[in-house]
Design a protein around this ligand. Structure first.
Ligand SMILES: Nc1nc2c(ncn2[C@@H]2O[C@H](COP(=O)(O)OP(=O)(O)OP(=O)(O)O)[C@@H](O)[C@H]2O)c(=O)[nH]1
Ligand SMILES: [Mg+2]
Length: 460
């Protein structure tokens, strides 16, 4: 029986009944690793490639971010994950002995496990087992600050926990029941399922309301050119947002520092500015429920005109990190959004084979150090170039008293020059084609808007 089970000290049926009354809901704290001694375990599968990193390094960073102290690591090369025990049974038994020797209170697995794999591994090792998704969800839970982030994380946790409820209550079944009766664990399970179902329904409703509000906010900004920072966790997105806009966003050398999006104005040069948003970082094998729950947060990315894909080029596994981000972007429907790759942390980057290959695979990337402020002007110039390639040049000839058209031009277009002759204004401007209908609607009788051909090879 797992050593963390609250029932382990009790062997009398009456005490178990009291215990049930004390635990009306599943104890999430049992799935937390804060201040615990943790052993890391990973199955190394064919085709796994961690770049220049050790296989369990990322799991170790996750464990530390969650507040655990790592007391050991164990890996096993396998052709495939063992369907019963994750690693092989003999290795799992050795793991149990290692737990005894190191005093570990928790085992953290580098993959997601089925409820029955967790159950079997806990039984063999007599130690609490958490899988990768549980660990990531636990980190998100401690980091969520706003109501939206809290609801998103709790819903993802409940959805993940729901099929695992049997495991959480199975200890009760050891003490009750018999032929023809249902154990207290099963009764508890049923009432928990009802409570959780109701709670998940309420949370989904609340999230839908938040998502609608968020959609309206994002839609309200559709006149503006929006850029969005995306990238692997800890790549330096928030640091870059701060460097470009002075946003004062929270940054930290830990995974998942940002869970809530921030949008700020980025002044590209004296005349042009765009909106710049920060987003939650991605990670390899991001729990699926998190992507679903964080849909409203990721909407910033899905509605952006341009993505700035921030890559930590100093990281030994930068290539895979960049690939993971591309996969998540595909998954959330951003495959077609124009993207500019930004290699960050050039101040500490070495010329490793990974970094060189990443550079070769991303032609047109921009190199910056968000921390030192290097390369930021080049980044702004590149965004200006991209903006210019999307825009058409127009010449507007209008009556000088047509304030509506002039206001629309200043809001939606980039005015290059204005000439006045008698009562007429001739305005040269650059504008994105999507804003032309609004400008035409503001034109009065006798006004004209001439669209010049966009430059050859213009990107839309
Ligand atoms: N040396 C160096 N460190 C940097 C640079 N940019 C960011 N960092 C550091 O990298 C760590 C992570 O930075 P963040 O800006 O929080 O990273 P993030 O991408 O927002 O991370 P999440 O919000 O967790 O996804 C912090 O300790 C930063 O100080 C850089 O250009 N050079
Ligand atoms: Mg951040």
């Amino acid at each position: 029986m797992p050593s963390h089970s609250p029932a382990r000290d009790f062997c009398h049926g009456l005490l178990v009944v009291r215990l049930e009354a004390e635990l009306p809901e599943p104890r999430r704290d049992e799935l937390s690793v804060r201040r615990e001694q943790a052993l890391l375990v990973g199955a190394l599968l064919p085709g796994d490639d961690h770049g220049g990193e050790e296989p369990l390094d990322e799991l170790a960073r996750l464990a530390e971010t969650a507040g655990a102290r790592i007391v050991g690591r164990l890996t096993q090369k396998l052709p495939r994950i063992d369907p019963h025990t994750y690693i092989r049974r003999g290795k799992a038994e050795a793991l149990g002995r290692l737990c005894g020797g190191t005093g570990a209170d928790a085992i953290l697995c580098d993959h997601d496990l089925s409820p029955s794999q967790i159950h079997t591994l806990e039984a063999i090792t007599e130690t609490k087992v958490l899988d990768r998704s549980e660990l990531i969800l636990d980190i998100f839970a401690t980091r969520a600050k706003t109501r939206q982030a809290k609801v998103q994380v709790e819903l993802a946790q409940l959805e993940y926990t729901f099929p695992r409820l049997t495991r959480m209550w199975s200890h009760l079944d050891r003490h009750g029941g018999g032929i023809g009766t249902r154990g207290p664990g099963e009764r508890q399970l049923e009432s928990d399922r009802r409570v959780l179902n109701r709670r998940m329904r309420d949370m989904r409703r609340e999230l839908a309301e938040i998502a609608q509000r968020k959609s309206r906010e994002v839609a309200a900004r559709r006149d503006e050119f929006t850029t969005c920072l995306v990238g692997y966790t800890n790549a330096g997105k928030s640091t870059l947002l701060n460097a470009l806009t002075g946003a004062g966003a929270f940054t930290e050398d830990r995974l998942f520092a940002t869970l809530d999006t921030k949008t700020r104005t980025w002044q590209l040069d004296h005349g042009r500015r765009v909106l710049l948003s920060d987003t939650v970082g991605f990670i390899r094998r991001l729990p699926h429920h998190l992507i679903a729950s964080f849909h409203a947060t990721l909407e910033e990315a899905t509605r952006a005109d341009l993505l700035l894909h921030v890559v930590d080029i100093s990281h030994p596994d930068c290539l895979h990190q960049a690939e993971t981000v591309r996969q998540v972007l595909d998954e959330i429907g951003c495959a077609q959004t124009p993207a500019l790759t930004v290699f960050n942390k050039t101040d500490i980057a070495q010329a490793t084979p990974e970094a060189e290959l990443a550079a070769a695979l991303c032609p047109g990337h921009v190199r910056v150090s968000a921390l030192e402020g290097d390369g930021l002007e080049t980044l702004a110039e590149r965004v200006l170039e991209l903006l210019a390639r999307r825009e058409s040049r127009i010449t507007v000839d209008c009556h000088c008293r047509n304030g509506r058209l002039q206001a629309s031009l200043h809001r939606l277009a980039h005015v290059l020059a204005t000439d006045r002759a008698d009562e007429r204004l001739v305005i040269e401007a650059r504008v994105e084609p999507r804003h032309l209908p609004a400008l035409r609607a503001a034109a009065g009788q006798g006004d004209s808007i001439v669209v010049h051909a966009p430059p050859a090879g213009a990107a839309r």
